[in-house]
Design a protein around this ligand. Sequence first.
Ligand code: IMP
Ligand code: MG
Length: 171
Amino acid sequence: MNRLELLYGRAEIAARVQELADRLNRDYARTNLIVVGVLKGAAIFVADLVRGLDGPVLLDFVEASSYGSGRDSSRRVRITSHLRGSLAGAHVLMVDDILDTGFSARALSRYLGEKRPASLKTCFLIDKAARRQVDFRPDYVGFRLDEGFVVGYGMDHAERYRNLPDLYLLD
Ligand code: IMP
Ligand code: MG
């Protein structure tokens, strides 16, 4: 059995998500925004985040999977589920659960950038900056984490734990 150690409880998560939403409401005031959630890990985060946004928001999703070792600079990221709508000329915010090595975020932001948005920014619930292997700078971050593997609030280990309402470190 894996041991779970509480990292952030639901009240703390909710407060931080609302702070992010408040910032987005200021930064995107009177702007049509397309929020692109990255499945599956960001599903719960993006659901909470968009409900804190008060401007006109469209919601779309992509799914990506990566293979090859994280230490391998040739690590491949494949888009396994594509956008439904167009991003052309739109202000776009990509929302993912965790920014880790940066391979996924780099590939996903290139993919979204090819859709010719007017602007593209990125938002992550958790940033593990110390583990970055490619140069990638997030625009919005909920929590910073130096080390550890996180589950709950959408995040999984071998597809388990996504439904936990709180965030845990996995032993
Ligand atoms: P990156 O390409 O290494 O930045 O990988 C980012 C993706 O790996 C995230 O979107 C997560 O899906 C997954 N990931 C990285 N660290 C964790 C973790 O601690 N818990 C669960 N998933 C993680
Ligand atoms: Mg992910």
